[in-house]
Design a protein around this ligand. Structure first.
Ligand code: FUL
Length: 641
C-alpha cells in the first residue's frame, strides 16, 4: 500500500509539472482578491445607465411653487394634453436611459389612485378622476424599453398624521403600491427634505421628526424593498440605500470621488433641473433654460467624475415639455453622442511595465479592447505600474477617460497621463495630490485623482499624438484598469436656448429708485445686479420699501437668495405689498420660497398686474435662525404685445 501511495504521489507531481511547464499555468493566474467594499451587481448595472431624466409634475406645476404647503386643491391638476409616450420618446431620443417620476412630492398629493390617502388623483378633474400618471409613465417606459423609477417624498405636508406613528402606515402602503403595481422600478428616491411647517390636515403646524432614520425606520423600509424588488436601486434612506446625493442641486459632484467612504459601496448621483427656475414648471421659464454647453459641463462634472446624472425636465400645465427645454436637451444629447462616438485609443497597442503572472488575461491590450469587464493588472505588490499606448495613427483628442474594474473595489488614488509630442514627453493630465478637491464646473485641466467606475479628464487644449503613457502614481492595492480612452469634445453648438419670444414680463430698471425701511442704506445692494452684495439685517421679520419714483404697472418680482454659501438669515418666507401713495397698502403676494437650502436659485413670483409706486418687501421667516437677506431683487412689469 505505501508503495502504491508514493506512486500516485509521483504521478500527481508529474502531471502538475506538465501543466506548469506547458504554459497551462498562464490560465491559472488568479485575479486579485477584491479590495475594500465592492458594488453589488445592481450598482454596477446602474452606473452603466449614466444619465436619465427626473420629472417633477404635480400640483406645484399649477401653483408656481417649488414646495406645496399641502393644502392645494387637487382640482388644479388638469393637464389637457398629457402624453407620457411623447415625453418618453423625447428622453430616449436624447440618449437618456430612463426616467424617475415624482409620484408624490412634499405637498402629499399622490398622482396615482392610492388607497393610502384621499388626497390623490381621484379628486382631480383630469380623466374624470380615473387617471393615473404613474401608470401612464410606467406603461410608456415599458413600451419603449426605457427604465422607470419613482420619487416618493417621505415628508408629507398634507397628512394629518405626519410626524406621528400613523403616518408610517400610510407611507409604507404607498411604497408597497408603487413597487407592486407598476412593474420593475429601477430606482426609488427618498428625498432628504424632512419636517417643518405644513398643512397637516388643517393643523397648520411645525412638525419635526427628529432623526429621519429612526422615524421612518429606514432599516425596515430597505429590507421590505429588497424583498419586493431586489433589483431596485434605493436613493437616500439615511445612507442605508445604494446611492447618495451628489451634494449640490447644480448637478456636480466633488472630485476625487470615493465610493467607499465606509464599509459599503455607495454610488453618487448628481441632480439638477434643466431650467434655472427650479424642479417644477414655472410660467415664463422658457428664457431660463440651461444651454447645451452648460449641460455638457454638468455631465462632465457628474458622469465625468464617476457619478450618474439625473436631469430634470418639468412638464407644463398642459402636461407637455416646453419646447425650449427640449431644444436644449436634444442639442446636449447630440453633443454627448458626438463626444462618445469615437474612442481614438480603441485597438491601440499597449506595452505595460508589468502584467500579472504574464497572463494574457491581464495583459495591456485589455485597456484598449472596448470591453468593460476585461482589465490590465500587475502583480499584487505593484501599485504604481505604467503602460505605453501606441495608436495606429496620430489622433487629436481633448478628453481622456479611464475606468477601473470596480467589481474588485476602488483602488486608484492618483494617475498621470503623458503624450509624446515633438519628440518629448509632455504631461497632459497631472497627478492629483492629497487634499486637492475639484468642485463646481472647474473642469478643464483637471488633475488625475480617483478612477472608479469612470473618470473623464478634460484637457486644457486638444493634443495630437500617436504615443501616450499612463502611470498610476498611487493606489491602495494593485490597480485593475479596464479602459483607457481618448475622446474629442465637439465644439459648443451655440444653440439658441433663451428667448423664445414668449416673454410676458420684463424687469424694471432700478435707476433713480430710493429706499426706506430697515437698513435702507444697504437696500440698493439688492438692486445693483451684483449677487455678492446684499441687503441684510439680523432680524426677522423685517422689510424694506422701494420707491420707484413714479407709478408703474407691476406683476411680479424675482428674489435671489444670498449666494455666499451661508443659510443663516436666508429669507425663506415673504409678503409683498403695493401702494400708490406710500400710506395705503395692499397685499399682493405671500408665501414660501421652497427648497432654498439645497437649491438657492432665483425665485420668481407673479401676482395680478396692479399699478403702484411703492413696493414693500417683507422677509417673514429665515432659514437657520434670525435674519433677513436679499442678494438681488427684480420687479417686473408686463410686456404689452
Ligand atoms: C429636493 C426637494 O426638496 C426638491 O423639491 C426636489 O424634489 C429635489 C430633487 O430634491 O430635496
Amino acid at each position: 500500500m505505501p508503495l502504491c501511495y508514493s506512486r500516485i504521489c509521483n504521478m500527481f507531481r508529474k502531471i502538475l509539472f506538465a501543466i506548469f511547464s506547458t504554459g497551462t499555468l498562464l490560465h491559472a493566474v488568479s485575479a486579485p482578491a477584491p479590495y475594500g467594499p465592492v458594488p453589488t451587481r445592481q450598482q454596477v448595472d446602474w452606473l452603466r445607465m449614466e444619465w436619465y431624466a427626473f420629472v417633477h409634475f404635480g400640483l406645484n406645476t399649477y401653483t408656481n411653487r417649488e414646495w406645496g404647503y399641502g393644502d392645494e386643491s387637487p382640482k388644479l391638476f388638469a393637464p389637457s394634453q398629457f402624453d407620457a409616450e411623447a415625453i418618453v420618446r423625447t428622453f430616449k431620443g436624447a440618449g437618456m436611459s430612463g426616467m424617475i417620476y415624482t409620484a408624490k412630492h412634499h405637498d402629499g398629493f399622490c398622482t396615482w389612485p392610492t388607497k393610502s390617502t384621499s388626497h390623490n388623483i381621484k379628486q382631480a378633474p383630469w380623466k374624470d378622476g380615473k387617471g393615473d400618471v404613474v401608470k401612464e409613465f410606467a406603461d410608456a417606459c415599458r413600451k419603449h424599453d426605457f427604465a422607470f423609477g419613482t420619487y416618493l417624498s417621505p415628508w408629507d405636508r398634507n397628512c394629518a398624521d405626519y410626524g406621528k406613528k400613523g403616518y408610517l402606515k400610510v407611507y409604507y402602503k404607498q411604497i408597497r403600491e408603487l413597487l407592486t403595481k407598476y412593474g420593475p422600478i429601477f430606482e426609488i428616491w427618498f428625498d432628504g427634505a424632512m419636517g417643518g411647517d405644513g398643512y397637516y390636515g388643517g393643523a397648520r403646524q411645525n412638525r419635526n421628526i427628529g432623526k429621519a432614520d429612526t422615524y421612518y425606520n429606514y432599516e425596515k423600509v430597505v429590507r421590505d424593498i429588497r424583498k419586493l424588488q431586489p433589483d431596485c436601486i434605493i436613493w437616500g434612506a439615511a445612507g442605508r440605500g445604494d446611492v447618495t446625493w451628489g451634494g449640490s442641486e447644480k448637478g456636480f459632484v466633488k472630485y476625487p470621488l470615493w465610493n467607499t467612504p465606509g464599509n459599503k459601496w455607495l454610488s453618487l448621483e448628481g441632480d439638477t433641473p434643466i431650467n434655472h427656475r427650479g424642479w417644477f414648471w414655472h410660467p415664463g421659464q422658457a428664457s431660463a433654460v440651461k444651454s447645451p454647453a452648460h449641460l455638457m459641463d454638468v455631465y462632465m462634472a457628474s458622469v465625468g467624475r464617476g457619478a450618474n446624472l439625473i436631469l430634470n425636465l418639468a412638464p407644463n400645465r398642459d402636461g407637455q415639455l416646453d419646447a425650449a427645454d427640449v431644444t436644449s436637451l436634444e442639442a446636449f444629447g447630440r453633443m454627448r453622442r458626438a463626444l462618445l462616438a469615437k474612442d481614438y485609443a480603441l485597438g491601440a497597442q499597449v506595452q505595460p511595465s508589468e502584467v500579472r503572472g504574464n497572463a494574457a488575461k491581464f495583459a495591456g491590450d485589455k485597456l484598449t479592447d472596448g470591453d468593460l469587464e476585461s482589465y490590465w493588472c500587475p502583480e499584487d505588490g505593484t501599485k504604481t505600474p505604467s503602460a505605453e499606448i501606441r495608436l495606429s495613427s496620430p489622433a487629436t483628442f481633448d478628453v481622456v477617460r479611464l475606468r477601473e474594474q470596480i467589481r474588485l473595489g476602488q483602488r486608484v488614488e492618483s494617475f498621470k497621463v503623458e503624450a509624446f509630442v515633438n519628440g518629448q514627453w509632455q504631461v497632459i493630465v497631472e497627478p492629483g495630490t492629497a487634499g486637492q478637491v475639484e468642485k463646481g464646473f472647474d473642469l478643464r485641466g483637471g488633475k488625475g485623482h480617483t478612477i472608479g467606475h469612470q473618470v473623464m479628464r478634460w484637457l486644457k487644449q486638444p493634443v495630437t499624438t500617436d504615443l501616450l503613457r499612463l502611470t498610476i502614481t498611487s493606489a491602495k492595492a494593485c490597480p485593475c484598469i479596464t479602459e483607457f480612452s481618448l475622446l474629442r469634445m465637439p465644439g459648443d453648438e451655440q444653440v439658441a436656448s433663451v428667448a423664445d419670444g414668449s416673454e410676458t414680463e420684463v424687469a424694471l430698471s432700478s435707476q433713480g429708485w430710493t429706499y426706506s425701511g430697515f437698513v435702507a442704506d444697504v437696500a440698493p445692494l439688492a438692486f445693483d445686479g451684483k449677487p455678492a452684495t446684499m441687503w441684510e439685517i439680523k432680524r426677522t421679520p423685517s422689510h424694506f420699501v422701494v420707491d420707484m419714483q413714479r407709478e408703474q404697472t407691476v406683476c411680479g418680482f424675482a428674489y435671489l437668495p444670498r449666494q455666499d454659501g451661508k443659510t443663516q438669515g436666508m429669507t425663506s418666507r415673504y409678503r409683498v405689498e403695493l401702494s400708490l401713495d406710500g400710506q395705503n397698502w395692499q397685499k399682493v403676494a405671500e408665501g414660501e420660497f421652497g427648497n432654498l437650502r439645497a437649491n438657492p436659485v432665483e425665485q420668481f413670483i407673479s401676482f395680478p398686474s396692479a399699478k403702484a409706486r411703492y413696493f414693500r418687501f417683507f422677509s417673514t421667516a429665515a432659514l437657520d435662525g434670525t435674519g433677513s437677506s436679499v442678494a438681488e431683487m427684480k420687479i417686473f412689469t408686463p410686456v404689452v404685445k
